[in-house]
Design a binder for this molecule. Structure first.
Ligand SMILES: *Cc1c(COP(=O)(O)O)cnc(C)c1O
Length: 223
């Protein structure tokens, strides 16, 4: 069981490398984030022992129940928050995570900025884009993106360094369309980072320029 997740991770890494080379990219320019939500410390440990260091969680509270101890043991772990963030959890999130992929409104960007200053922390930040404009999904709608990015980045705004954009395509649609769209939006905004691609479509995402893929069930099995 434990060895199978390490084997799956290796397999995914080699598939990412193939997809990257086919797209004329360097495999090292793609970070594989192992998404550990709903999985416990015992499931995570073999990956840490195998040398993997990038992990993702979608809830602050759940992450707090497993990662402080693991990070004490493996200080070079990079923990990525990939789920929506509530204002009252920002301080905890900034203390524990090394990257936040889910900035979806200006208010949360401002709260992150203040928490980073207060805690002397510097996180890698992505703005989530609701590329499918789905009402139930968080993220900035494409029409508002440039305004939100401006306010995040301007010195007289939140003066934040934004690494890139993140999206979760609608389940029933062709992901490639959304990956291409996110890539275009990032290019227009002068952003290099692209957090896109999950278990079913990470190779497609790499073909469209993903710098961060977020893979859970293909490593750990069904949740
Ligand atoms: C759970 C989750 C993933 C991973 O999904 P899988 O289909 O299990 O690979 C990726 N991104 C986000 C935002 C998630 O919540």
């Amino acid at each position: 069981m434990t060895n199978s997740s390490v084997a799956a991770l290796q397999e995914i890494k080699s598939r990412i490398a193939v997809a990257a080379r086919e797209a004329g990219r360097e495999p090292r320019d793609v970070t594989l984030i192992a998404v550990t939500k709903t999985f416990g410390v015992d499931a995570i440990r073999p990956l840490l022992q195998s040398g993997h260091r990038d992990f993702g969680e979608n809830r602050v509270q759940e992450a707090q129940s497993k990662w402080p101890a693991l990070k004490a043991e493996y200080p070079d772990v990079r923990l990525h928050l990939i789920g929506p963030l509530q204002s009252n959890k920002v301080g905890d999130a900034v203390a524990l995570f090394d990257a936040i992929h889910s900035i979806d409104r200006l208010k949360i960007a401002g709260a992150i900025k203040m928490a980073m200053v207060f805690q002397c922390r510097d996180l890698q930040l992505f703005v989530q884009v609701n590329t499918g404009e789905e009402p139930q999904k968080s993220g900035v709608v494409p029409a508002d993106l440039s305004k939100v990015l401006d306010m995040c980045r301007k010195p007289e705004g939140w003066d934040l360094k934004i690494a890139g954009l993140m999206c979760i395509p609608p389940v029933e649609e062709e992901p490639a369309v959304h990956f291409a769209f996110l890539e275009k939006l990032a290019k227009e905004a002068g952003l290099k980072g692209l957090s896109m691609g999950m278990s079913g479509d990470y190779e497609t995402a790499v073909a469209f320029g993903a710098t961060h893929v977020r893979v859970g069930s293909a490593i750990f099995g069904a949740r």
